[in-house]
Design a protein around this ligand. Structure first.
Ligand code: 9WN
Length: 453
């Protein structure tokens, strides 16, 4: 049963700001106080979006700190390790990744992981720019400087994703690990992950994540962790070299959600390119990425499920499972009226936000109609505020103001009732995972700043 309302949506703002303040270190923000003590890539992008409404300069700093650890290939690493984090607080740690020791492309300090995460960054940079417009002249000038510095970083990042991560020129990004998707244990990855045979040489390890959660069964299982850690070993064997990974790595999947976020981020990059008066050739390059990406998502559309599907390159087949990632074309934008209609029908159906058992009509991470659905297990069913944000933002861009407004109200009602949890049980609204998750607070601030009833 839903808990009695704790706070009214209007009171969410100062509470969200408080979460971000408490999780903040000097120039970056921990995703959560104890479970995640380092800087995470897409968390920081969402955090910057929220901070843009509180403190524009600090929002810019959040991303500058991340950009300072960009690999020479253009990759923005998924974790930047905090040397001050308490020992044995998160695993795999910097030592286990060994990025700088194995690859001259990695920065030597601070240490980073060898993976990346969905590229929300250009969208956040643009939000910082937009929110500076309503402030004073000095703020606008600072934001313009930030925009100028960020543009080449973002271009290099997107270039990396459209080349090293798409050597086929397919328009879709290949991920090497479920952690790159940001939706770690989603049933999207079950088949591809099951095909990964864990070598006996897997070095022993201790999971510290289980110490920080009320119920360890909500986190990914030990079997999943063995495979996650084995994939890490195979990446290390390839010394994080992209061509070598493509040859031998056992997990290569075209991720439609990651790719759709890249398309939306490329649209943001075009606006940034205009603002910094970037050369025409660069604009044409980005326009080409957007076009190719959308065409490719169209090729991965499943007419029966009325969703877009990831594609397992190793097995040579799509992952036929209904998860929130299937709404990728909505996030990518530029839809035909028919495709938009299809996606909205799926969204409203009992397979997602129209399920009659839901506490709030918000899309569960995995469809309750799927065999792999679990209402309390991480990305296997719970509702995640960041995916609410992505869909809300996409609905607005698609001109679906009314639906977007409703989703925004429901998402705010959920945090008003349950707090800034990492994720929520879809049928009861119970807050799960880390209770003070930064990106939940950040997207709530962005929802509030958008206004409306
Ligand atoms: C692994 C930090 C991150 C998010 C991911 C979420 C979770 C890490 C973990 O936490 O992943 O990267 O240890 O489970 O799945 O989306 O960025 O909040």
């Amino acid at each position: 049963m839903p808990q009695p309302a704790r706070e009214k949506p209007a009171e969410v703002n100062p509470l969200a700001a408080g979460v971000l303040r408490r999780n903040s270190l000097e120039s970056w923000t921990r995703p959560a106080p104890s479970l995640y003590p380092h800087q995470w890539s897409w968390d920081s992008a969402f955090i910057a979006l929220g901070l843009a409404h509180l403190d524009n300069r600090r929002a810019a700093q959040e991303l500058e700190t991340l950009f300072a650890s960009q690999w020479s290939t253009g990759k923005l690493p998924h974790v930047i390790f905090n040397p001050e984090a308490p020992p044995q607080s998160y695993f795999p740690d910097a030592e286990r990744w060994g990025s700088a020791a194995l690859s001259s492309d990695a920065p030597s300090s601070p240490h980073t992981s060898g993976l990346c995460q969905p590229p929300v960054h250009a969208i956040a940079v643009l939000r910082i720019w937009e929110s500076a417009q309503v402030k004073n002249k000095e703020r606008i000038e600072l934001a313009r400087e930030f925009l100028r510095d960020s543009y080449p970083r973002l271009l290099a990042w997107h270039l990396y994703l459209t080349t090293a991560r798409d050597p086929e020129g397919s328009g879709l990004v290949t991920i090497y690990h479920p952690w790159e998707s940001g939706t770690d244990n989603s049933p999207r990855w079950d088949e591809a992950l099951e095909a990964v045979e864990v070598g006996e040489e897997l070095p022993p390890y201790t999971r510290y994540d289980l110490q920080h959660v009320a119920d360890p069964s909500h986190r990914p299982s030990d079997e999943e962790y063995d495979r996650y850690l084995w994939l890490l070993e195979t990446l290390k064997r390839a010394r994080y070299d992209e061509a070598a990974i493509y040859e031998s790595h056992p997990f290569l999947v075209k991720d439609v959600l990651f790719s759709a976020i890249l398309i939306a981020a490329n649209e943001a990059l075009l606006e940034i390119a205009d603002a910094v008066e970037a050369p025409d050739e660069e604009r044409a390059l980005v326009e080409g990425w957007i076009e190719r990406g959308r065409e490719s998502l169209d090729e991965h559309w499943d007419e029966d499920l009325r969703l877009c599907l990831d594609y397992d390159l190793r097995a040579g087949k799509p992952a036929r499972v209904r998860t929130v990632a299937g709404f990728a074309p909505l996030i990518a934008g530029g839809l035909s009226p028919k495709r938009l209609e299809d996606l909205l029908q799926t969204l409203d159906s009992p397979a997602f936000a129209g399920n009659p058992r839901l506490a709030f009509p918000l899309p569960p991470s995995t469809s309750p109609e799927e065999a792999g659905f679990h209402p309390r297990s991480y990305w296997r069913g719970p509702v995640w505020p960041v995916t609410n944000w992505l869909l809300w933002w996409s609905l607005l861009r698609a001109g679906e103001q009314e639906r977007a407004g409703k989703m925004r109200r429901d998402a705010l009602a959920q945090v008003a009732e349950g707090g800034f949890a990492e994720y929520f049980e879809p049928f009861t609204g119970e807050p799960l995972g880390s209770p003070d998750q930064s990106w939940t607070a950040a997207v709530s601030l962005d929802f509030l700043a958008a206004g409306g009833s």
